[in-house]
Design a protein around this ligand. Structure first.
Ligand SMILES: [Zn+2]
Length: 596
């Protein structure tokens, strides 16, 4: 308990609410725990009550016990810790889930030999000529520290076209058969905003970046709607197992939306999902998207209690820090200290067109999230937001800078001003980049830029609020990794030292948890509904085997979720959990918790 005062206030709420709950009692109570409410005071309680899917009261064991009736399910936390369901402000729930169900996962491979062996095993199950897909590889994790190339893949699957996406999704490798299908040869010209990697003779190596990647994936057959549906379900189940109950899915297409709406209608979407639509890179595509969104409720007009909300649009300002295609002021590095001379990355969209698109969406009252990694890209994005908002000061659109990896001081000052004046300009940042792709990042950013990666402490000092995320499947989905990485800033392998990003920008667990709860809730436009455990909010709760506020930092990564509630319903219970759950004897139709 942080102090007595909040507890007493909560107690009085619980007692006055108690009369209203009789005689059946509330639907569910959690007792004997540490309830981290993440309310404005960051208060900690012992117990919590749920009625009709909402938090009914938070308080002491005594005050919450008074709400128990014959219909109440009673969960004894036995000293465990409950938090608000964690929120991911940037996770590719649909496309990451689709990859999980259709592609070979190469994220665990530590050598090119392992990549080849994993693919060869899958190739044995495929008919000749069928596409073999993989995802999640990262040269920073491979012993050879080089890209996987076409000739490596030819050995794995000589009879199949192969495409393996890099973990960033911004580049990947094709085998020779796939290159031939797509007609990529030494004579091929790089597309605008794309790179066909070549060897010393000019022949394609199989590595295709940004716009060149698009040339290749156009030849891969569209996934079935059954696979899309299975992908979303796989992601949502993984979220629930990890105490997560809300995510913003950026970059969706109409087929994803259709899969989502079907699942939401069937009641299978056991998380709040807010989507951003891919909008292309032209004014024509922007106009078409504005027309499409006009027929859907927006984030401020959706029906109360909706699990699925169409939040806005996604734009790409630049490329990736993994591919060294993000748009930066100074030359990219290689191997940490040497320079990739003349390479400043590039914008993925013509900067003037981007600025005009921002004006169009802002004037139409549509929330914009822009992918921007490099310092030059971030400057362009925040300045574009500032210009559009000055011309038409819509309030509460919460335009975001997705990733915002290495903002300049000027960009941070602009974010702070936009947040104060317009409720816009929020970084949606991925702490786990410094871990999962941190070795590749440290090599490419170089020491000076690395120290500025994810400047969370500076954000706190300058009054900039950010939202946390994983960018799944760029990094693993569980938000506990993000809580840990916000503090630890350690890479997976330590190739360039354990902390090449330094510790100056580390924050404490209280700020880290806010970035994955209340601050993220605002970026999903569900701050009235989720993000903290307060009366009236959706009863989205995660129960953990240990207390994130008191464990050593290294253990945050190992938090085990024992129970997850979404809208007051049990959507996950760990197999070996020692939690005691006693179901209520009298069940209200539709509102009581399931699970025993
Ligand atoms: Zn992303």
């Amino acid at each position: 308990m942080k102090s007595l005062l909040p507890a007493l206030l909560l107690l009085s709420v619980a007692v006055s609410a108690g009369a209203a709950a009789a005689p059946r009692g509330v639907d569910l109570v959690l007792l004997n725990g540490h309830v981290l409410t993440v309310d404005a005071r960051d208060s900690v309680a012992q117990a919590l009550a749920v009625r009709d899917g909402r938090v009914f009261a938070v308080g002491s064991n005594r005050s919450i016990r008074a709400l128990i009736g014959p219909g109440t399910t009673v969960i004894d936390l036995r000293g465990r810790t409950a938090t608000p369901g964690l929120i991911d402000a940037h996770a590719h729930i649909s496309s990451g889930g689709l990859a999980a169900v259709t592609s070979v996962n190469l994220g665990g491979a530590r050598s090119i030999g392992e990549v080849v062996a994993l693919l060869a095993a899958r190739a044995k199950t495929l008919a000749p000529g069928a596409w073999l897909l993989g995802s999640g590889w990262d040269e920073g994790k491979l012993a050879e520290h080089r890209y996987v190339e076409a000739q490596d893949l030819d050995a794995a699957a000589p009879a199949n076209p192969v495409w393996i996406d890099h973990t960033t999704g911004h580049y990947g490798t094709a085998n020779s058969r796939a290159l031939a299908l797509a007609g990529i040869t030494a004579a091929s010209v790089d597309p605008p905003a794309g790179t066909i990697d070549r060897d010393a003779t000019g022949a394609p190596t199989g590595v295709m970046k940004e716009g060149a990647r698009d040339l290749m994936v156009a030849f891969i057959p569209e996934p079935s709607s059954a696979d899309r549906r299975a992908g979303i379900l796989a992601s949502v189940r993984l979220m629930n197992r990890e105490g997560m109950t809300a995510a913003k899915d950026p970059n969706i297409y109409p087929a994803d939306w259709d899969a989502y709406t079907a699942l939401a209608a069937e009641g299978l979407l056991t998380a709040h999902v807010c989507t951003l639509w891919n909008t292309g890179a032209t004014l024509v595509s922007a106009e078409a998207m504005i027309a499409r969104l006009a027929s859907l409720p927006g984030p401020h007009s959706h029906p109360a209690g909706a699990d699925l909300v169409s939040c806005g649009v996604k734009l790409f300002m630049d490329g990736s820090g993994g591919a060294r295609t993000a748009w930066v002021y100074d030359d990219w590095n290689r191997q940490s200290v040497s320079l990739d001379r003349g390479n400043h990355g590039y914008p993925l969209i013509e900067p003037g067109v981007y600025r005009a698109m921002v004006r169009l969406f802002n004037d139409a009252g549509i929330h914009i999230g822009t992918h921007a990694i490099g310092d030059r890209a971030i400057d362009w994005v925040v300045d574009s937001y500032a210009e559009a908002l000055a011309a038409r000061p819509g309030l509460g659109l919460r335009h975001s800078i997705i990733h915002a990896n290495i903002p300049t001081d000027g960009a941070i000052a602009t974010m702070a001003r936009l947040q104060r004046q317009f409720d816009a300009g929020y970084p949606e940042a991925q702490a786990p980049f410094s871990w999962w792709i941190g070795d590749t990042y440290a090599a490419n950013f170089g020491p000076a830029r690395a120290a500025r990666l994810n400047p969370f402490r500076t954000y706190l000092e300058r009054g900039v609020r950010w939202a946390g995320g994983s960018d799944y499947d760029v990094t693993p989905l569980p938000a506990r990794f993000g809580l840990w990485a916000s503090i630890a800033r350690e890479t997976l392998q330590g190739t360039w030292g354990r902390q090449p990003f330094g510790s100056r920008e580390s924050v404490d667990v209280h700020a880290a948890l806010r970035s994955y709860t209340v601050w993220a809730a605002r970026q999903l436009f569900i701050e009235d509904e989720a993000g903290s455990l307060e009366r009236g909010k959706s009863a989205d709760v995660a129960v953990w085997d240990r207390n994130p506020y008191t464990v050593p930092t290294a253990e945050l990564k190992d938090l085990q979720c024992e129970l997850t509630l979404y809208r007051g319903r049990i959507v996950h219970r760990a197999e070996h959990s020692a939690l005691r759950i006693r179901a209520g004897a009298v069940r209200a139709s539709g509102s009581a918790a399931s699970g025993t």
